[in-house]
Design a protein around this ligand. Sequence first.
Ligand code: C5P
Length: 219
Amino acid sequence: MADRITVTLDGPAGVGKTTLARNVAKKLGIAYMDTGAMFRSIGWKLGKEAEKLTPAEIEQRLTAFEFSLSGAGAKTILYLNGTPVGDEIRTEEVALMASAVATLPVVRTFLKANQQKLAAQVSLIAEGRDMGTVVFPEARYKFFLDATPEERARRRYDQLIAAGETPDMKELTEQIRKRDHQDRSRVVAPLRPADDAIIIDTTDLDIEGVFAAIISNIQ
Ligand code: C5P
């Protein structure tokens, strides 16, 4: 497909990447690849045992996994070995497992190959931490979203309140800072904007404003 496009959307936790990636995918009629969900799935499948395995053993286990995509826009579905990835990966415990396996070069290499294979098949927007820098350095459209840790914690606070939970603002800000530090300071594929990415500071922008900036740039 000669007119296939890859859009990359990177940024720290809680910056609004998922909502934006879905909306942009819908507007452009392309698929949406949630690479955080891939790391979460691998973390979940390997479980706590991952810490005790050698890189060679992990590499061997990874050969049993393959991700695929179907559909487009908000209806995009991510599959692991033919089964849709569900809400079982959306817990803080799994996020921590994802964060742990995300530091392992063997896991990153495996997922990078799978992500590149999917982007070779369909147009998509890839959301994550290293899409513009490592996985799709040749992508034509690259965006990096940022916002202060306080603002990202406030957004997450509002989401949790809306979901009927009783979050602690201080604790949320602390968690966000911790995850930022882990993601930005790791040796392999640290979170940083690609040199040719468009950086959007969303601290004072609403989601519609960021969406409009991305779409007008692509179109
Ligand atoms: O985006 P999400 O919060 O679902 O990602 C879970 C974890 O996976 C992150 O904390 C990050 O460490 C890792 N990740 C990554 N590279 C990506 C996507 C996610 O290292 N491209």
